[in-house]
Write a protein that binds this ligand. Structure first.
Ligand SMILES: Cc1cc2nc3c(=O)[nH]c(=O)nc-3n(C[C@H](O)[C@H](O)[C@H](O)COP(=O)(O)OP(=O)(O)OC[C@H]3O[C@@H](n4cnc5c(N)ncnc54)[C@H](O)[C@@H]3O)c2cc1C
Length: 375
């Protein structure tokens, strides 16, 4: 193996998964994380079957399932909640594990951090890379804490607004606003919620994701109403979220009344990016949202970030040269992630304008088929 020493920049889902996967193959791994507190926000995440499959390769799928809540499929309903449009029960990708899993982001973070430490990742939080200089043989990095290091490969997993991407590829390639915003809040689980429920509204969707026996989160993705600002202050979010849910009936209308605490709401514009291939310059590779940040319509962003880590480690063990590793990685990752980002974006465009010639179910099916295909 020509890759023996790796620096990972960013301790999110992608960076931690890559650290675990690479360490398990015997590569020396350092990981730096910008945030000294290194906390993640409190709502949840859907782990589709391909995320569980990739986590299984890291030895972590069972832990995630045990600490999450099984989701056996997807039910979509009209906005008023009166009519079930589809009710699909999905097969498990990994026998013995649920088809999908809902889990809080904090639990997932704890599982990944513990595993990364256990396999011997050298982790430093509150640190960034100040300088990144390459020769044909290695990458020299100067850190914000004054230290320096040399690596065979640097992996940029610093998220949708990646600084490394800007340094390597220029500031013109940045995440762009999709026209939609996302609202999320944790609530007590509806007892019969055993799958994703999605209500189709006029400007987007509202839905519920189970996270634990006593917990679920409500997620709304919507086009910003005409004339309304995209950025909103935390103060006043609860009242505004209740307003935005006005068109929904059924369980959404019932749970709308529980939205009272501004501080509990996670609100953000939905941005996305698909970096043109290749996602590397020399010996620095971007993975996860830094390279292929998707809108959340298919619940695939985190799943693809985990897959990146698994595939990178496989390519590192399979090849002698860094060029072959990076080329092999791109051949396995680009089209798959492109299908996810573009398919999810198509669904979002249709949600914003139902007159567009887009079949959202067909787009979701295409993304699911690509994501469930063998790695
Ligand atoms: C509304 C919404 C719902 C979603 N739902 C789902 C879902 O159900 N299922 C799913 O699979 N995905 C979902 N996603 C997507 C998922 O959250 C992301 O794809 C995933 O978090 C990407 O992981 P990442 O590690 O690439 O980036 P991030 O999670 O953003 O992690 C990047 C890390 O790098 C750190 N960092 C940033 N800059 C630096 C720097 N300069 N130096 C060092 N560290 C740095 C950050 O602090 C952070 O810890 C959703 C996204 C949104 C917005």
């Amino acid at each position: 193996m020509s890759v023996r020493r790796v620096l990972i920049v960013g301790g999110g889902i992608g960076g931690l998964s890559a650290a675990i996967a690479l360490r398990r193959t015997g590569v020396e791994v350092e990981l730096i994380e910008k945030s000294a507190e290194w906390t993640v926000y409190g709502v949840g995440i859907i782990q589709p079957g391909n995320a569980l499959r990739a986590l299984d390769q890291l030895g972590l799928a069972e832990q995630c399932a045990a600490q999450g809540y099984p989701m056996c499929g997807v039910r979509s309903l009209t906005a008023d909640g009166e009519t079930v449009l589809r009710d699909d029960t999905l097969p498990s990708v990994i026998p013995g594990l649920p088809p999908n899993n809902g889990i809080t982001r904090r639990r997932l973070h704890d599982i990944l951090v513990s595993a990364a430490r256990e396999v011997g990742t050298d982790i430093r939080a509150g640190v960034t890379a100040s300088t990144v200089d390459q020769t044909p043989d290695e990458v020299h990095v100067g850190f914000s804490d004054g230290r320096q290091g040399s690596y065979d490969l640097v992996v940029g997993a610093d998220g949708l607004y990646s600084r490394l991407r800007e340094q390597l590829f220029g500031s013109h390639l940045k995440a762009k606003f999709t026209g939609q915003v996302a609202w999320r809040i944790n609530l007590p689980r509806i007892p019969e919620l055993d799958r994703l429920w999605v209500y189709r509204g006029s400007r987007g969707t509202a839905g519920f994701v189970p996270l634990a026996p006593d917990l679920m989160y409500m997620l709304t993705i919507e086009k910003v109403p005409d004339g309304a600002p995209v950025q909103l202050p935390q103060e006043g979010l609860a009242a505004e979220y209740r307003n935005r849910l006005a068109e929904y009936g059924g369980a959404v209308a019932e749970h709308r009344e529980l939205v009272r605490d501004d501080a509990e709401i996670v609100y953000r514009p939905v941005d996305n990016i698909l970096l043109p291939e290749p996602w590397y310059r020399g010996r620095v590779l971007l993975i996860g949202d830094a390279a292929h940040g998707t809108s959340p319509h298919c619940g695939q962003g985190g799943a693809q970030a985990i897959e990146d880590g698994v595939v990178l480690a496989e390519e590192v063990t399979a090849h002698e040269s860094v060029e072959q590793v990076l080329d092999g990685f791109m051949r396995r990752r680009f089209e798959r992630c492109k299908t996810v980002v573009e398919g999810s974006e198509r669904i979002g465009r249709w949600e914003q304008d139902h007159s567009l010639d887009i079949d959202p179910d067909a787009a979701a099916y295409e993304v699911t088929m690509a994501a469930m295909a063998p790695l």
